[in-house]
Design a protein around this ligand. Structure first.
Ligand code: ADP
Ligand code: MG
Length: 255
């Protein structure tokens, strides 16, 4: 799948000679760094340890898959990286920012600028068209109406859905809905893309299309991509697979 966009500038232009081969990638500064990260959920008397002293480093511009059994802490970790949840203890730094230390408002602003998030269930607003859904994150930005429209249109083009701009979510297939969700995640051109089982609700063909889009965004725009997945075919396109079990890493695998 070719991906080209006049609006989402490839960061290649900024560091043309630094496009890393996988071995050098490891030497790049970690964009996502967790040390001794713990999350304990308390419900009355019951304590659930979702993350158990987790250490993890994800290099800038890498494509990582997180795998592991249900309940192993994958979503908790992803939400933590996105600043949607805060750790009980430990340390988390994303792009040099200690995200949990930010105020709630600062975290929301940080997330809007740095993270695109794709959910298993798409989470599109049903009463808005594809275009309006993609336009939504730009409402927080100080941009003119025309510039917003161009960006939203470019993001839809990027996922191959320019011709569905005025369709509502219920008029789209599930694969198309997820591609709209992906367009919404990238419309602000964030450096980090996170996805929680993005192909979990899709048939094999749509899943393949969505995974190829992640791959293209990673390859062409140098996004750092972290996807939680149960799908071995999705994990196959990742450079690194990290496996979680009971809130801990149980060995990584570099491709
Ligand atoms: P995964 O995504 O790997 O399936 P999760 O990160 O969703 O796992 O959950 C890890 C553990 O934390 C599970 O035991 C889950 O029940 C628990 N958990 C997750 N979120 C909450 C919450 N908001 N309140 C209480 N327990 C939670
Ligand atoms: Mg989960």
């Amino acid at each position: 799948m070719t991906v080209a966009s006049p609006i989402l500038e490839p960061t290649v232009a900024e560091r043309p000679r630094e496009v890393p081969s996988p071995p050098r990638l490891a030497a790049l500064p970690a964009q996502i760094l967790c040390r001794d990260l713990c999350k304990v959920y308390r419900k009355g008397e019951i304590e659930v340890v979702a993350l158990d002293s987790l250490d993890l480093a994800i290099a800038q511009g890498s494509f990582v898959a997180l795998m592991g059994p249900s309940g192993s802490g994958k979503s908790t970790l992803l939400n933590m990286i996105a600043g949607l949840d805060t750790p009980t203890s430990g340390w988390l730094r994303v792009g040099g920012v200690e995200v949990p230390a930010l105020s709630q408002r600062a975290r929301t602003e940080w997330r809007a600028a740095n993270v695109g998030f794709v959910f298993q269930s798409f989470n599109l607003v049903p009463v808005l068209t594809a275009f309006e859904n993609v336009n939504l994150p730009l409402a927080l930005k100080r941009l003119g109406r025309k510039e917003r429209q161009e960006k939203a249109q470019a993001a839809l083009e990027l996922v191959g859905l320019a011709d569905r701009a005025h369709h509502y979510p219920h008029q789209l297939s599930q694969g198309q809905e997820q591609r709209v969700a992906l367009a919404r995640a990238i419309v602000s051109d964030p450096p980090i893309l996170l996805a929680d089982e993005p192909t979990g609700n899709l048939d094999a063909r749509s899943a393949h299309e969505v995974i190829q889009l992640f791959r293209a965004l990673h390859a062409q725009f140098k996004k750092t991509v972290v996807i939680v997945t149960h799908d071995p075919r999705a994990a196959e396109v990742a450079e690194t697979v990290h496996r979680l079990d009971k809130g801990r890493l149980v060995g990584g695998e570099r491709r």
